[in-house]
Write a protein that binds this ligand. Structure first.
Ligand SMILES: Cc1cc2nc3c(=O)[nH]c(=O)nc-3n(C[C@H](O)[C@H](O)[C@H](O)COP(=O)(O)OP(=O)(O)OC[C@H]3O[C@@H](n4cnc5c(N)ncnc54)[C@H](O)[C@@H]3O)c2cc1C
Length: 296
C-alpha cells in the first residue's frame, strides 16, 4: 500500500524546522523513516504535513562535549555501531547498537528517532534511563532538557511538546570507575527485544556509589528498576548481590504474555539479563570480575 498524499517540507536549519513546527497544522517529523514510513504505508499514520529533518546537517553528530556524550538527531544506529569513542567508553551503547533491528534499518534509523518513537520495545530508551540521560527538546521558546525519567509517558507517548523537536540526547561521560552494559533477548536478527536490560555502575573504592538499570519490552514504557538500583547502592559487588538485584528487577517488571513467551518467562529473563548486564558493567568499570550465577 502507498501512503496518503502529504505536504513535504525540508528545512536546512533547526530554526527553520522550529518555525515550520510552529506555523504548520499538526506536522509530523520525519527522521530515518524506519518507523514512520511503514506506518505511512499501512496508513496507520496519515499526516497532512511532514517536516523532514534529514537536510539539517548541524544535527548529524556523535561527540563528547562538556562532560557529556551527545548524539544529534541525525546520528544513526550505524554511527553508534561504528564509533571508536563508543567502542572504548560506552559499553551499553556498544552492546546495543549491533542488536537493533538489521543493518539496513541501522543505516537509516536514528537513535533520537527511536527515543521519540517511545516504543517500549525500543532499546535506546532503556540505555538513556540507565545512564540518567537527558532529551534536549527545541521549540519556539528555545531548548529545554527533559530528564529521561520524565520523558516516557505511555507507549508511543512522551512529554515532548507539539511544537518541539528533539535536537539531541545526552548522557554523562563515564568516570574512571564506571562501566555499563546492555543485554537483550530476541528470537532472531531483525526482531525487537523480548526483554532487554541496560546497567550502569559507578564505583568508589570498590563500593557501588551509583547504579542505573533500564528495562526494555517488559512494561508499558522503557522502565527503571529502581528497587534493584537501591539494593545495589552502597554495597560491594558479589554474585549474591547481583542475584538479588536481578530478582528485584524482575519483580518490578510488568511484562505481558504474547506469542514469543509468557509473562513469567519474560520476568525470569529480566532476572538473567540484569545479572549479566551488572556483571559486565562491574568488569568494565575495572573493579572486579563477578562470577555469573545464572545460565540461560
Ligand atoms: C523491522 C524493524 C525492527 C526494528 N527493531 C528495533 C530494535 O530491535 N530496537 C530498536 O530500538 N528499534 C527497532 N526498530 C525501530 C528503529 O530503531 C527505528 O529506526 C526507530 O524507531 C525510529 O527512528 P527513525 O529515525 O527511523 O525515526 P522515524 O521513523 O523517522 O520517526 C519515528 C517517530 O519519531 C518521531 N521523530 C523522529 N525524529 C524526531 C525528532 N528529532 N524529534 C521529534 N520527533 C522525532 C517521528 O515523528 C515519528 O513519530 C525496528 C524497526 C523495524 C521496522
Amino acid at each position: 500500500m502507498k501512503s496518503a498524499p502529504f505536504e513535504h517540507h525540508e528545512p536546512d536549519t533547526v530554526d527553520e524546522a522550529v518555525s515550520l513546527l510552529e506555523s504548520l497544522d499538526d506536522p509530523t517529523i520525519l527522521a530515518g523513516g524506519q518507523s514512520l514510513v511503514p506506518m505511512l504505508r499501512f496508513r496507520l499514520a496519515n499526516p497532512d504535513v511532514v517536516v523532514d529533518i534529514n537536510g539539517i546537517d548541524s544535527l548529524d553528530y556523535l561527540r563528547e562535549e562538556d562532560g557529556s556524550l551527545r548524539l544529534g538527531a541525525l546520528a544513526r544506529h550505524a554511527d553508534v555501531e561504528d564509533s571508536d569513542l563508543i567502542d572504548g567508553e560506552y559499553g551499553s551503547f556498544a552492546d546495543a547498537a549491533p542488536l537493533v533491528a538489521d543493518p539496513q534499518i541501522r543505516n537509516r534509523g536514528t537513535v533520537v528517532g527511536s527515543v521519540a518513537q517511545a516504543d517500549p520495545k525500543g532499546d535506546w530508551g532503556s540505555i538513556l534511563l540507565a545512564h540518567e540521560g537527558e532529551v534536549i527538546a527545541t521549540g519556539p521558546d528555545g531548548d529545554r532538557a527533559i530528564p529521561a525519567d520524565e520523558f516516557f509517558l505511555l507507549p508511543y507517548d512522551t512529554t515532548l511538546g507539539e511544537q518541539e523537536l528533539i535536537t539531541e540526547i545526552r548522557v554523562p561521560a563515564p568516570g574512571p570507575n564506571e562501566g555499563s552494559a546492555y543485554h537483550k533477548l530476541k528470537r532472531k536478527t531483525g526482531d525487537y527485544a523480548m526483554a532487554g536490560v541496560g546497567a550502569r555502575l559507578v564505583f568508589d573504592d570498590g563500593v557501588i556509589e551509583s547504579a542505573g538499570i533500564g528495562m526494555t519490552a517488559v512494561d508499558i514504557t522503557n522502565a527503571r528498576a529502581t528497587d534493584a538500583e537501591e539494593h545495589l547502592e552502597g554495597e560491594r559487588p558479589s554474585p549474591d548481590l547481583f542475584a538479588k538485584a536481578g530478582e528485584l528487577a524482575a519483580e518490578q517488571s510488568n511484562p505481558e504474555s504474547d506469542e514469543h513467551g509468557g509473562a513469567d518467562y519474560k520476568e525470569r529473563m529480566v532476572d538473567v539479563l540484569a545479572q549479566r548486564a551488572l556483571s559486565d558493567a562491574a568488569e568494565r568499570a575495572g573493579t572486579v570480575t563477578v562470577e555469573r550465577r545464572v545460565t540461560q
